[in-house]
Structures are given as C-alpha cells and as structure tokens.
Design a protein around this ligand. Sequence first.
Ligand code: ATP
Ligand code: MG
Length: 137
Amino acid sequence: MEQTLSIIKPDAVAKNVVGQILSRFEAAGLRIAATKKTRLSRVDAEAFYAIHAERPFFKDLVDFMISGPVVVTVLEGEDAMAKNRELMGATNPAEAAPGTIRADFADSIDANAVHGSDSVENAEIEINFFFAQREIY
Ligand code: ATP
Ligand code: MG
C-alpha cells in the first residue's frame, strides 16, 4: 500500500479544523497509519523545506511553519500521494478547486492549511523525518 505524508499547518490547527481535515482523508478512502501533534523548531523546518532554500519566500515559509503546532499524519491507501494532493487543491487557495481542503480552509498562499508529499520518493523521506517505523501501523 502506498503511503504519503500530510501536515496540517499552523493556520488550520489554530482554526480548530484538524478533525474536519482528517475526516476528508478517511472519506476519500485513505487510512491514518500514524498521526501526532508537534511543533517544529526552526532547524526542523529549514531541513524539511531545504528544497525551497533558494526561493524568495523561504524565510516566510519557515517562520509560518514554526508559528504554532502542526499535525503530521501518515496516510495510506491506493494512490495515496496523488489522492492527497487532489484533496488538498492548488497551492494558492484562490486557485484551488471548490470542495478542496485549501478552498475551504486556507486564507493565502502562505497560510494554506496543508502540506502533502509531492512524489512517492519524497513521501518516504518526509515520513522518516517525522516518524519511527514503530509508530506507523
Ligand atoms: P506543500 O509543499 O506545502 O504541500 P505545494 O507542494 O502545493 O505545498 P510548494 O511549491 O512545494 O507547494 O511550496 C511549498 C509551500 O511554500 C507552499 O505550500 C506555500 O505555503 C509556500 N509557497 C509556495 N509558493 C509560494 C509563493 N509564491 N509565495 C509564498 N509562499 C509560497
Ligand atoms: Mg510541495
């Protein structure tokens, strides 16, 4: 079964919509294999988003991701990576399709409610960043 990583970002956690977002994953047939609430340190966030280090929005992205707790989840199911990306909607909520998580819960391209792995290879790296194997079922 394919696995992918989801992060419910600080804006959505602050809005108290964690349960609503997790419900959407389950309703779409994805299973929660692991989940926890945590808060990233600056070093954690910089490492997690290292791929974006040269982008102009990198510092704002890191500042935002450490501004409050997040909920990280391993989702499992058929085509889990693509299915999660579809449920999330476009990066910019203004362009996200109606009914997607970002259309319904995100306010801006910075505070865009969720992160999802963008390839199966990155999913494995991101899952290992947050979880030990003994935490995933
Ligand atoms: P994520 O990686 O969070 O799942 P994504 O894959 O849709 O989102 P990326 O291109 O990987 O988008 O960008 C990572 C994050 O950086 C975005 O979710 C967003 O919060 C932020 N970001 C991306 N592009 C911009 C931008 N032009 N201005 C400000 N922030 C941006
Ligand atoms: Mg991305």
